[in-house]
Design a binder for this molecule. Structure first.
Ligand SMILES: [Mg+2]
Length: 189
């Protein structure tokens, strides 16, 4: 159980949550990295409410030779530099470079990246944590750990059995958190 003064952990997927997906391609360079509208403002709010904030991202493009780990680290450096200019600190970024067909423990929906985060941040309590992602594997990852799950769906048309709440963007979820009295989708409070 979390004490009242302890903050919940926040797990964020990257592509489709923080930056726009590149259809059929991997985001491998900074000039391919496009922030989703409202993300910086959303993170500014979220960092006052959650701790730690970590990114968990499947990046099998590395094992496919479409991008190298150095390029990914460079991209994340540039992303964090911009975030820090906006006053936002991401506590850690975990990525899984291995291909889906190997079913590696680090690849979502497997929970290896969460276990790694827990090793780095022992205060993390999965049961009170939140997972935000745009794919069902993100929701399965969160549910497997008992997290509250938020699904980003720019066009909410299909159902998502694993998600506790569905929103169109990170900033839309934040706007719900800001106005808890008026919206039933605002948990956790
Ligand atoms: Mg995604």
């Amino acid at each position: 159980m979390k004490m009242m003064n302890e903050k919940r952990a926040l797990f964020l997927d990257r592509d489709g949550v923080i930056n726009q997906q590149l259809p059929g391609d991997y985001v491998a360079r900074w000039d391919q990295f496009k922030w989703i509208d409202g993300t910086l403002e959303a993170l500014q709010y979220l960092q006052n409410r959650f701790s730690p904030i970590v990114i968990v991202t499947n990046q099998q493009g590395i094992s496919k030779g479409l991008m190298d780990a150095y390029a990914l680290h460079l991209l994340h450096y540039q992303m964090r530099k911009k975030l820090s200019q906006e006053g936002v600190n991401i506590d850690a970024i975990y990525f899984c470079p291995f291909p889906a067909h190997q079913n590696p423990t680090c690849r979502k929906p497997n929970t290896g990246m969460a276990q790694q985060a827990k090793a780095d941040f022992p205060s993390i309590d999965f049961e009170s944590a939140v997972m935000v992602g745009d794919s069902d594997s993100d929701m399965e990852f969160g549910k497997a750990l008992g997290m509250y799950t938020v699904k980003i769906q720019p066009n909410i048309t299909t159902s998502s059995p694993h998600a506790d709440v569905r929103v169109e963007s990170l900033i839309q979820w934040v706007n719900r958190l800001r106005t808890p009295a008026t919206n039933p989708g605002s948990r956790p409070g």
